[in-house]
Design a protein around this ligand. Structure first.
Ligand code: S3P
Length: 185
């Protein structure tokens, strides 16, 4: 399969559990592109898991490392990038990613997000939360303005990964974006 602009990266953003990694990997496979997951990239560089970095050095250290990772991966051409859910908190990250290609925001309800990440790898922001679904909702409310600045908004609720990947590829084939880009910086 091919899409219109071979040079542009395809960047997935959205809350934890929105499917960035699984959908990104599927899109990459279908298009024969390289796939990078920024959290895994950071873990390889650091030799520690994201939750260990949060635990030992704090969130702000993680955000610094994350920003360096975004600068690096934004320099690649024609790849698929799955980001960590908080990447867009820094407008400069958004700008670097935007300059590298299309930004696709993935959505699902907080209850669905939680169901998807339960029992999977530790999400430090949800650790020790009495009501993790409410916490996801709060995080969403903090970030929704940034997610809304993506070129495309995709609802993943009750959809299969393969179908969502096809939906995104078709969008990139047919649309003449950019509808709502606004870097606000
Ligand atoms: C975070 C999401 C995580 C990871 C870190 C912080 C966030 O990535 O980067 O725990 O701030 O939303 P996923 O979105 O892949 O879970």
């Amino acid at each position: 399969m091919e899409i219109v602009d071979e040079a542009k990266n395809i960047v997935l953003i959205g809350l934890m559990g929105s499917g960035k990694s699984a959908i990104g990997r599927t899109i990459a496979k279908k298009l024969g592109r390289r796939f990078i997951d920024t959290d895994r990239y950071i873990e390889r560089k650091f030799g520690k898991s994201v939750s260990e970095i949060f635990d030992e050095s704090g969130e702000s250290k993680f955000r610094t490392v994350e920003k360096e990772a975004i600068k690096k991966v934004s320099q690649y051409i024609g790849i698929v990038i799955a980001t960590g859910g908080g990447v867009i908190k820094d407008p400069e990250n958004f700008k670097s990613l935007k300059e590298s290609g299309w930004i696709i925001a993935l959505y699902a309800s907080p209850a669905t997000l939680y169901k998807r990440i339960q029992g999977k790898r530790i999400r430090p922001l949800l650790l020790n939360q009495e009501d993790p679904i409410k916490k996801l909702e709060d995080i969403y409310n903090e970030r929704k303005g940034m997610y809304a600045m993506a070129d495309f908004q995709i609802d993943t609720e009750n959809k299969e990964i393969n179908d969502i990947a096809d939906e995104i590829i078709n969008l990139l084939n047919t649309d003449k974006p950019i509808a709502n880009y606004d870097p606000r910086i």
